[in-house]
Design a protein around this ligand. Structure first.
Ligand code: PLP
Length: 380
């Protein structure tokens, strides 16, 4: 038995990347932008449909930042953000000098609560400032309550930035995640379902905003023969070498989704008979998850020393990586001073939760090792 470490979510080469990288090097297109970038954008556009416009960027974080800029978010503005997420959803709010307002999750999809979203909007308006934008997240690939959330946002006329960094390939009522908001963003970081080493994309439904995004992402150069700038510029465009990796990766997107969903079935079977464990699952058939990461909640048993941390340690002893859920943003030292609306649902998830190895390349042997740890741990 080989005892290599099993990771949470590792990138996996498709084998198709090399030819595109090679071509970038041979043609000396090794800067930001270029033919691979255009091809990668076109492939994404084919995937999402002609009514959408995709801009390839150097990270998901820069995509969120550009979405805020395109929505005109400025110093002192307020932006609502789902608290149960990775810090990259919220950091760009601070880049703009704006104020994050955190909203709790609901227990069914673990994502932004419609109830507390509306309470937050009403209270911020009452206090004198209507939020400029809402950042929603499809946690671990699991779609949020899209209809309810977007109805509320529409009623108050607040645009949504849909953080779909983890949800490429997930759908709600048959429509792809990332396409519901004014802007959507994707990440192609190394741990995501496909990668460009580091990269991201912004999706919108107008070519005008795509052109504006490219303008900001390439240092806001005005039309002049010399370099002239009337607005703050950013260096956020995807590199042509990275886009080559993306072209090799996008070929296996469907395979990766199928593999991750198979991992989910593996965990479902495994935890079926373990009553103190709840596996994170879609709510009903309206929701389709890519199951980027599998997560569980463990009802602690003090007597038997069973909880999420003791299971994590048991995995670690077998050289298997697992990790607590994202620690909610309103509990993070950097974000603690900002307003929060909720009822400690996200806190409760964080206290009981654990993310499990979910890579597209988990082998049968890997799964047997994971199963062994879980069976032993819960049989005490
Ligand atoms: C990964 C991730 C991001 C950031 O993407 P990068 O490409 O790493 O900048 C943003 N939001 C969520 C929820 C993520 O998981």
């Amino acid at each position: 038995m080989d005892n290599k470490r099993i990771y949470l979510s590792l990138s996996q080469q498709s084998g198709f990347e090399q030819e595109y990288i090679q071509k970038a090097l041979e043609t000396n297109w090794i800067t930001s932008g270029g033919p691979n970038v255009n091809d990668f954008e076109n492939q994404l556009q084919n995937y999402f449909g002609d009514e959408f416009f995709l801009t390839a960027l150097n990270s998901g974080t820069s995509a969120i930042h550009l979405a805020l800029i395109l929505l005109g978010v400025k110093t002192g503005d307020e932006v609502i953000c789902q608290t149960m997420t990775f810090s990259a959803s919220a950091n760009p709010i601070l880049y703009q000098g704006a104020i994050p307002i955190f909203v709790d999750s609901e227990p069914e999809t673990w994502n932004i609560s419609p109830e507390f979203l509306e309470i937050a909007i009403k209270d911020r308006i009452k206090k004198g400032k209507k939020p400029k934008a809402i950042i929603t997240v499809h946690l671990y690939g699991n779609p949020y309550k899209v209809d309810e959330i977007h109805d509320i946002a529409a009623r108050y006329d607040i645009p949504i930035i849909e953080d779909s960094a983890e949800a490429l390939g997930s759908t709600y009522k048959g429509k792809k995640c990332g396409t519901f908001g004014t802007f959507g963003i994707f990440s192609f970081n190394g741990n995501k379902i496909i990668t460009t080493s580091s990269g991201g994309a912004l999706i919108s439904s107008s070519n005008e905003s795509k052109e504006k995004a490219i303008f900001f992402a390439t240092q806001s150069k005005d039309a002049a023969v010399h370099y002239q700038h009337s607005e703050i510029g950013y260096n956020y465009r995807m590199s042509n070498v990275c886009a080559g990796i993306g072209l090799g990766q996008i070929k296996v997107l469907e395979n990766n989704i199928a593999a991750r969903r198979k991992n989910h079935i593996f965990y479902k079977d495994l935890f079926d008979s373990i009553k103190i464990v709840t596996l994170f699952e879609v709510l009903n058939e309206d929701y389709f998850s890519n199951y980027w990461l599998n997560a569980i909640l463990i009802e602690p048993n003090l007597e038997k020393n069973i909880n999420n941390e003791t299971l994590r340690i048991a995995f670690e002893k077998a050289d298997i990586e697992s990790r607590p859920l994202w620690k909610p943003m309103h509990l993070q030292p950097i974000f603690m001073k900002y307003p929060y609306y909720g009822n400690k649902i996200a806190e409760g998830l964080f206290k009981k939760g654990l993310c499990l190895p979910s890579g597209s390349n988990l082998t049968i042997e890997d799964k047997n090792r994971i199963k062994e740890v879980i069976t032993t741990f819960f049989s005490v």
